[in-house]
Design a protein around this ligand. Structure first.
Ligand code: SIN
Length: 315
């Protein structure tokens, strides 16, 4: 009998060990107790919460999410149950899976308060600080584009915050912007970078009704899904080039198949997050993607994802 070699798709994010490199993206089916329980028992490698604020929020008016075959548009407006709910949930829940608390304060000061609270929890594996939510009404600047302030914010954070911290970034469209952001991030003990969040300021139109498809912000929102994969890959690749090698990248954007995961890893991702396609398929997606990835690695004769992280060839 021919024994198949075991394929290792585990990930190590600065000491946080994930049995599988595939997890949910913040925002997708991870807001309520029911959502989080489903993620815990699924084969996702970690649980990432909906980005939370200090107080619970209902979010923007509906319809606020729309999907088509190539992608999705959303302007959710951070509907979440408030940080205390997520910290309490963890306090009560005894489970082994790494748990990433995503936070997205409405102001910089609110982010500091959230981080103070997270600092006290012994149950979170890391905070993923979301600097990239494009959907808050009345706030036009995505923090991740505010190059002048990021350094100061991180400096303040690391004066008091002692747990692992990852940063979720918006997509950048110029190499020099990625270089600049990486230069800033490299100065701080960041545990990981997640890129990319949705492409901000998109518009999708229903040609029959001649209308926009979501209500908030006159129909403008963040674009996700298949259509954004090339931007995700480019951001991962360039951050992989410019970030210190001690800062792993979690790739996010446009993953629908095991091959997409392979591409993210080849560009430099150590793990990946699934957004739009997770909404479409539900938690069974983690099994499907794991099988597809393992099958591809068998075909390519790789025994571990570690063998090809960042090993993209160029001409
Ligand atoms: C939202 O709740 O509006 C989406 C969050 C995000 O894109 O970061």
């Amino acid at each position: 009998m021919i024994m198949k070699k075991k394929i290792d798709i585990s990930a190590n994010i600065n000491g946080i060990k994930l049995a599988s490199c595939i997890m949910n993206a913040s925002g997708v089916l991870c807001t309520t107790e029911v959502d989080l329980n489903k993620l815990i028992v699924s084969s996702s490698g970690a649980v990432v919460t909906k980005s939370c604020t200090l107080k619970p929020r209902k979010g923007n008016l509906e319809p606020r999410y729309f999907e088509w075959n190539m992608g999705s548009i959303n302007s959710m407006g951070l509907p979440n149950l408030g940080i205390d709910f997520y910290l309490d949930f963890l306090e009560k829940k005894n489970h082994q899976k790494p748990f990433f608390l995503s936070i997205s304060g409405l102001t910089i000061e609110e982010n500091y308060i959230l981080l103070h609270k997270a600092n006290l929890s012994s149950h979170i594996s890391a905070v993923e600080l979301n600097l990239s939510c494009p959907n808050i009404i009345g706030k036009d600047q995505v923090l991740g584009y505010d190059f002048n302030n990021i350094s100061k914010i991180l400096e303040n954070i690391f004066k008091f915050y002692k747990k692992p911290l990852g940063i979720k970034l918006p997509p950048y469209f110029e190499n020099k912007h990625i270089q600049k952001m990486a230069f800033i991030l490299n100065k701080y003990p960041i545990s990981f970078v997640t890129c990319i969040n949705s492409l901000p300021n998109g518009l999708f139109i229903d040609i029959n009704k001649e209308t926009v498809v979501i209500q908030p912000k006159m129909g403008f929102g963040g674009i996700g899904g298949k259509t954004i994969k090339p931007f995700a890959l480019a951001n991962i690749r360039q951050f992989y080039t410019y970030l210190r090698k001690e800062i792993p990248i979690i790739g996010c954007g446009g993953i629908c198949s095991g091959e997409d995961i392979f591409e993210h890893i080849l560009c430099g991702a150590s793990a990946v997050q699934i957004g739009t396609q997770f909404i479409k398929e539900g938690v069974s997606i983690f099994d499907r993607l794991r099988k597809e990835l393992v099958h591809l690695l068998q075909k390519k004769k790789y025994t571990s994802i570690n063998r090809f992280i960042g090993k993209l060839n160029v001409f």
